[in-house]
Design a protein around this ligand. Structure first.
Ligand code: 13P
Ligand code: ZN
Length: 272
């Protein structure tokens, strides 16, 4: 089978396209990294042929030898599906953790996303708590981004509002959302802050910028961001309609948690 016919490759391109269609990835906004299965990639690509060696600002030795499908820096999600060779690439982390081998794609001198440190640090953090973890996804989801200007920026308040906006939010992200301070994108500092939060939650809000999501596959991670973003959209409508007159109660949320056998983030529901 050809690389571009594999399910993971097609899903990656379709996901980038879907994210663009949702308006979450204007221009070069957003980035995706997918941890690939070694055996699977070796079946469709000659991994002994290194096209280029690319240095990194972060020591990723914990990921040495691992393969990733990644979006390119400055590349538009709008163009991924039509022209994957130029906009995405397959990379392998070298043993020293400081360089990466480019094995496919990122043609014409393109490089992986500038957020590679945040992605790699997040992969390392999630793999420590979930062996099946595979995906890190960043985008500029519009309503969530807008909420960071108007809503209380504490994790508990933001989580509770999102849970209250659609009944199934609690089931999809019972651990809630995390929030980091505003930091310069592409730096090790924002990567470290994001990865620290990834231990406890799969969704991290970057105020005035966007959101990070992680998960076991592309659909699940897309769905996670989609669900939080839908809740933020409902919040926007509710505010525009003059504010809520009634709401899902904490008792309702607690009953939901019992029915779906999930555990809401400790201390986030007021049940007395
Ligand atoms: P890249 O084009 O380098 O992936 O950056 C996009 C982005 O959203 C930065 O936060
Ligand atoms: Zn961004």
């Amino acid at each position: 089978m050809n690389l571009q016919e594999t399910k993971f490759f097609k899903t990656f391109c379709n996901t980038a396209n879907n994210m663009y269609q949702h308006g979450w990835d204007e221009r070069n906004g957003g980035n995706i990294t997918l941890l690939l299965d070694k055996e699977e990639i070796e079946k469709v690509l000659d991994v002994t042929e290194v096209k280029r060696v690319i240095p990194m600002i972060f020591d990723a030795s914990e990921l040495a030898g691992k393969y990733f499908l990644v979006t390119g820096s400055g590349k538009y999600f709008k163009n991924v599906k039509e022209n994957p060779e130029k906009n995405i690439g397959i990379i392998r982390v070298q043993e020293n953790g400081k360089n990466i081998d480019l094995l496919w794609g990122l043609e014409d001198g393109a490089v992986p996303t500038s957020e590679l440190p945040s992605h790699f640090m997040s992969h390392i953090a999630r793999l420590k708590v979930d062996d099946d973890h595979r995906v890190v996804m960043h985008c500029h989801a519009s309503h969530l981004l807008a909420m960071t200007f108007t809503h209380d920026l504490t994790e508990k308040a933001m989580t509770r509002t999102l849970w209250q906006m659609c009944t199934e939010c609690l089931v999809v992200f019972p651990e809630g959302v995390s929030i980091i301070p505003w930091l310069v994108p592409g730096t090790n500092e924002i990567g470290e802050a994001t990865a620290k939060k990834m231990i406890d939650t799969r969704l991290i809000i970057w105020p005035f910028h966007g959101i990070y999501g992680s998960g076991r596959d592309l659909d699940e991670t897309f769905g996670l961001i989609e669900t939080a973003e839908k809740a933020a959209e409902i919040y926007t409508y509710v505010q525009a309609q003059g504010g809520a007159k009634q709401c899902i109660t904490d008792k309702n949320l607690s009953d939901l948690a019992k029915a779906f056998e999930i555990t809401p983030r400790e201390g986030y529901l007021n049940l007395n």
